[in-house]
Ligand binder design. Structure first.
Ligand SMILES: Nc1nc2c(ncn2[C@@H]2O[C@H](COP(=O)(O)OP(=O)(O)OP(=O)(O)O)[C@@H](O)[C@H]2O)c(=O)[nH]1
Ligand SMILES: C=C(OP(=O)(O)O)C(=O)O
Length: 207
């Protein structure tokens, strides 16, 4: 089953405000971009991912991510996370109305293609989601083929996605559940093993 993914991204200067203080202020945007690069590198190395559409608050600020093989579009007039996901979904469905669309967070720097593949296999064409490791948030929401995404991201989104009928995926999927919102999350993914962008970024800071 081929999947088209939507990945939303704020301006790196504005995003991940709860992560502020993990690195010096001047390094914050670079760290946010590094998290996204490692996420996208894992995604684009997954055989089942057909397209990746980045819905950006400011496409120019994240233009370097296009090198990873993703398409970048500007977010719609309605500035919200769920509006960004719906916009990406509409663009992808305009090209292929029968597509399976996935909504993925851009802050999964330990992500391995194998966990993504395993999640797609368990979903097996059902509208399904992966809760974050705390069990409250959502890192991935998948549609059934040609069916609506109905994103309910935000605080308590795991419960909201379950209440809306999405199937909670039950495999361990440690690298897909480890999103980075706080400095504690950053320590967690570093122990798990981050991709080269986040890893190199840390080295740069400590040289
Ligand atoms: N395009 C777009 N992306 C968004 C928007 N809100 C959140 N995102 C992105 O969605 C992802 C998940 O959001 P959060 O984990 O809450 O990240 P955040 O809003 O940057 O983090 P905090 O400031 O700490 O709440 C991140 O990659 C954000 O950049 C939005 O309004 N528009
Ligand atoms: C918006 C969400 O992400 P986070 O918890 O990472 O802010 C969510 O989990 O729905």
């Amino acid at each position: 089953m081929d999947v088209d993914l939507v990945v939303p991204l704020k301006h790196p200067r504005d995003g991940k405000s709860r992560l502020r203080g993990a690195v010096e202020t001047a390094h914050h945007p670079g760290l946010v971009l590094a998290l996204a690069k490692d996420t996208l590198a894992a995604v684009t190395s997954s055989a089942q991912i057909r397209r990746v559409l980045l819905v950006a608050a400011d496409p120019r600020a994240v233009a370097e991510l296009a090198e990873l093989g993703v398409e970048i579009v500007e977010e719609p007039a309605e500035k919200s996370l769920n509006a960004a996901f719906r916009h990406g979904e509409a663009l992808l469905k305009a090209d292929d109305p029968a597509a399976v669309v996935g909504a993925l967070q851009a802050d999964l720097p330990a992500l391995r293609a194998g966990d993504l593949t395993a999640a797609l296999a368990e979903a097996a064409g059902r509208r399904a989601f992966v809760a974050d490791r705390q069990g409250t948030g959502t890192t991935l929401l998948l549609t059934a083929p040609g069916m609506p995404l109905e994103p309910r991201f935000g605080p308590g989104s795991a419960r909201k996605h379950a209440e809306s009928g999405a199937v909670p995926l039950s495999q361990a999927l440690p690298t897909l559940r480890s999103d980075v919102d706080t400095p504690d999350d950053l320590a967690h993914v570093r122990a798990l093993g981050v991709g080269k962008h986040t890893s190199a970024y840390r080295a740069e800071l400590f040289i």
